[in-house]
Design a protein around this ligand. Structure first.
Ligand code: BG6
Length: 501
């Protein structure tokens, strides 16, 4: 279902930053190559420093050369480069936004529907919107004006509410597009489609049949050069607060009335509001945090590399101690009929033995015990690196005896020749189409912070030494304290039968 993009001008704040270079400009190029832009569409990049249009176009060429090492279509390039303009908005210039308005006022060049992408420091979101408003550039009486806000939307409930209050002085909710790039991933979008465009899953998708659900994001990467940001943020706020809770909402929500943005978001909001707040009086039964120690991590092709501990990385950057978690595992329950008593184990970590994002659903015990065992099926929806759905079933071992083994029905989502689309491309297109279904409504953001804040606060007061796990290892054994059942274990990637400890 592809919608039409109206002629518009895409206004990119923070155009010379990393996100823009690596994802946004190449993403816009690919959308152009896919024929998704009307002829009149323009891109106005905004940076702090003065630069000629030609110099900026040369920069863009450098970004495309770096991204598309095997080359790209020259005809598309000529079309794309002709869409691109540059405007300097020095922060010290009190007339900067009036000048921006003047630059955009040439209607023959710039379509007046405006899509703003704020790829800037979170502290600048509200100020930019206020200044756009002051010069009339958020006014929708004749044209649409939409503002994309990068994450994080606040750092807790209070700051998210404050940011919302600022933004809504100048914008309507329908003009605000709060991004979570996970919602642009094809495999994440497939969760809802798997559930609601097949008849086989829905009857099983409840507490009668499901034992528990695991939602996992593991990375082999460490915090890299983002120590300042990360140390103030931690795994819970960096990954769990939005990417993982959004994933959980898609796994657990009720069937939307239809696939319109309003219906989808309404069900996600309901679900997020039905998640029971973690009981911080029993913190150690419900959440587990840890930090990576030094170790070796897989760097592909059978090689590994020695890496520093998180605390050593901080020390290198002048910080002496920290309780910030690089591993977080949280047990959640959903207070509704469907999910009565079913634990959702949601975990995320850096510097693990493998990089994998998955939803693993374990079903209840088989109706019959065979050879002293009642087996349990797993359904795995793997998000990355492999996008696939895998169902593990018991099947007879051919031969004289009555015995079973686990077979795996494996359906790769990606078939040969399928397009590979970066999550930002989908979301950029949705912004210009005016489709907010893969963006966060403010009620989702607030519900997420309501779940996260009590844990962050309880951890801040908790003086128990933060557990250390060797970089490149599996979940710390101690994290098992959050399991409800003795027979529950962390499920790793998608090998047959699953790894356990
Ligand atoms: C970002 C986090 O939002 O998501 C990073 O800030 C994390 O810490 C990244 O590495 C993971 O995204 P992806 O798409 O690589 O799974």
């Amino acid at each position: 279902m592809s919608k039409q993009v109206n002629p518009c001008t895409f206004v990119l704040f923070g155009a010379s930053g990393n996100l823009s270079r690596i994802k946004l400009i190449p993403g816009l190029f690919r959308l152009d190559a896919a024929g998704r832009f009307p002829a009149e569409m323009k891109i106005l990049s905004i940076g702090r420093g003065e630069m000629s249009r030609e110099a900026w176009q040369a920069e863009i060429k450098g970004m495309l050369d770096a991204k598309f090492k095997n080359g790209y279509d020259q005809e598309v390039y000529q079309r794309f480069i002709a869409r691109n303009f540059y405007h300097a908005n020095p922060p010290t210039d009190p007339d900067a936004f009036s000048k921006l308005k003047n630059a955009l006022s040439d209607e023959k060049v710039f379509p007046q529907n405006l899509a703003y992408f704020l790829s800037v420091r979170p502290t600048d979101f509200a100020t930019i919107v206020q200044q756009l408003h002051q010069v009339g550039l958020t006014d929708e009486s004749k044209y649409w004006r939409r503002v994309l806000i990068e994450k994080p939307f606040g750092t807790n409930l209070q700051t998210a509410q404050a940011l919302q209050a600022e933004l809504t002085k100048y914008l309507k909710e329908s003009q605000i597009y709060r991004i979570d790039h996970y919602l642009g991933k094809s495999a994440i979008q497939n969760i809802m489609l798997t559930r609601f465009t097949n008849a086989v899953f829905e009857p099983l998708w409840n507490h009668h049949h499901i034992d528990h659900v695991q939602i996992t994001n593991n990375e082999t990467l460490g915090v890299g050069d983002r120590t300042t940001f990360y140390n103030a943020t931690g795994a819970l706020r960096d990954m769990f607060q939005s990417h993982l809770l959004q994933t959980m909402a898609l796994v657990a929500m009720e069937k939307p009335k239809d696939f319109t943005p309003e219906s989808i978001r309404a069900e996600k909001i309901n679900l997020l509001k039905s998640i029971r707040p973690v009981d911080v009086n029993h913190l150690h039964k419900n959440v587990f945090r840890a930090q990576y120690a030094g170790g070796r991590v897989d760097v592909g092709d059978g090689h590994s590399e020695k890496v520093l501990s998180y605390l050593e990385e901080l020390k290198r950057d002048g910080v002496d101690s920290s309780k910030t978690e690089t591993y977080a595992a949280v047990k959640l329950f959903v207070d509704n009929e469907r999910w009565k008593g079913v634990p959702f184990y949601v975990r995320t970590a850096k510097r693990m033995h493998e990089g994998n994002t998955a939803i693993a659903i374990r079903f209840k015990k088989s109706p019959i015990e065979l050879n002293g065992q009642q087996q349990q099926n797993w359904l795995i929806i793997n998000i990355q690196p492999r996008e696939c759905i895998k169902m593990e079933v018991q099947s007879k071992i051919p031969g004289l005896d009555i015995a079973t083994r686990t077979l795996s029905i494996d359906a790769p989502q990606r078939q040969q020749g399928d397009e590979s689309i970066d999550s930002y491309e989908t979301l950029l297109l949705n912004l210009m189409e005016g489709d907010p279904s893969q963006y966060l409504h403010i009620d989702e953001v607030l519900a997420q912070w309501r779940l996260v804040d009590p844990i962050v606060e309880a951890w801040a007061k908790d003086d128990t030494p933060v557990h250390q796990y060797p970089a490149g290892s599996r979940d710390p054994l101690e994290s098992k304290v959050i399991f409800e059942g003795q027979d529950q274990f962390w499920r790793y990637s998608i090998e047959l039968g699953g790894d356990k400890f």
